[in-house]
Design a protein around this ligand. Structure first.
Ligand code: FPP
Length: 239
């Protein structure tokens, strides 16, 4: 598929809230887990296109710190899909030069997910292609509080002083350390909320909300979202 917008206008960092899997499944008379499974199917071409279109980073909201409150079997199914995704796709992603990073508190996820994710990160850490970030057990407030704690600990140990804390130092303690800030945030299913995703990193992001549920998020819908983004006048607080 050809570039939907000029390369110079491509966002460097796209973040996606893949919403509406449950509603999609219900509309098809299927269990919610089927919606999540079809969500992974929808995801695969989007990852490839990000690489092909020269997008530097793609960040996906796979599982929030609040999602543990879902029914136990749905949590288990989502966790299962994560492992299945890595097991099935890691060779191809590695061959394409994708560099995988997990965002979130991995200590709080079951051992098999933690270990699979750790191996994927380790295997792809030197790859120079698309930076694919998967937020798992992630919360934006938790990330900010964690950064503050880490800076406080460095001050307490004498490694730095409070005067050293600026945006650069703060950003260095976020899970997204070293990544560009989010340029484009896409949320599917018609919901128009940030839901505790990348609170700091979305300070100047453009938001594009699309009506399709995530399993219906096709390359054409992605291209349309990029086109909407490219038409925005980004001023970053200036005139
Ligand atoms: C929101 O839909 C979606 C999620 C909570 C999970 C998204 C996760 C995946 C698509 C799988 C992730 C896997 C990888 C490998 C990244 P919802 O269930 O809240 O939908 P609803 O609002 O219609 O109920």
């Amino acid at each position: 598929m050809e570039l939907p917008i000029p390369a110079a206008l491509m966002p460097r960092h796209v973040a996606i809230i893949m919403d509406g899997n449950g509603r999609w499944a219900k509309a098809h008379g299927m269990p919610r887990a089927w919606g999540h499974r079809q969500g992974v199917v929808a995801l695969e071409p989007i990852i490839s296109l990000c690489g092909a279109w020269g997008i530097e980073a793609l960040t996906l909201f796979a599982f929030s710190t609040e999602n543990w409150a879902r029914p136990k079997d749905e949590v288990a199914q989502l966790m299962g899909l994560i492992v299945e995704f890595f097991n099935k796709k890691i060779d191809e992603l590695d061959q394409k030069g994708v560099c995988i990073r997990m965002l979130g508190d991995l200590a709080g996820v079951p051992q098999v997910q933690r270990e699979t994710a750790r191996q994927a990160m380790e295997r792809t850490k030197n790859n120079a292609g698309l930076k694919l970030n998967i937020a798992l057990n992630y919360g934006g407030r938790q990330e900010i509080v964690r950064a503050a704690q880490r800076l406080a600990a460095k001050c307490a140990s004498g490694e730095m002083t409070p005067e050293d804390i600026g945006e650069t130092a703060f950003e260095g303690e976020l899970y997204t350390s070293g990544l560009p800030m989010v340029d484009l945030l896409i949320r599917t299913s018609g919901e128009e909320r940030l839901s505790n995703f990348l609170l700091y990193q979305c300070a100047y992001a453009e938001f594009v909300f699309v009506k399709e549920n995530w399993p219906d998020f096709s390359p054409a819908v992605f291209a349309a979202a990029l086109d909407a983004y490219a038409r925005r006048d980004r001023r970053f607080g200036k005139v």
